[in-house]
Design a protein around this ligand. Structure first.
Ligand SMILES: [Zn+2]
Length: 132
């Protein structure tokens, strides 16, 4: 099992519609260290950052019209990796396809996020978290 999540950050937009980014860094969802800002005793159980080094760095080769892998580290560390566990990640993957289609259409048409969340809750009984 490999990549469990991806992020694209620090990337410049490309004019050509076929290529979304010049470069992308793809990280494990356990990448990085969590800085605990809480003063409470109970640990935050939603945080999964545990300094996993798994990364891919890809860059667009405009002349060859393809992405090149610049560097990668294919080893996960500090967390278990199994298919069953990964299936529990990411609420978006578990959404009803009809709900996902509604959210995709509504966000593309510029609907108000609060109203989209309310309608998804009313119609599909799914609680969407606000973007943080
Ligand atoms: Zn990992």
């Amino acid at each position: 099992m490999q990549c469990v999540s991806s992020q694209q950050k620090g990337s410049k937009k490309v004019d050509d519609e076929r290529w979304k980014y010049y470069s992308a860094k793809i990280l494990c969802s356990h990448h990085g260290n969590h800085r605990n800002r809480s003063k409470g005793l109970r640990p935050n159980q939603k945080v999964c950052a545990c300094n996993c080094p798994y990364t891919w760095y890809v860059s667009l080769n405009v002349r060859q019209q393809k992405y090149e892998v610049i560097s990668c580290n294919l080893e996960h560390a500090n967390h278990p990796v199994s298919e069953e566990l990964i299936a529990t990640y990411g609420e978006k993957k578990h959404l009803d396809p009809a709900a996902l289609e509604y959210i995709t259409d509504a966000t593309r048409d510029g609907a108000i996020p609060l109203k989209v969340r309310k309608r998804v809750y009313d119609e599909f009984n799914v609680v969407l978290k606000p973007k943080t």
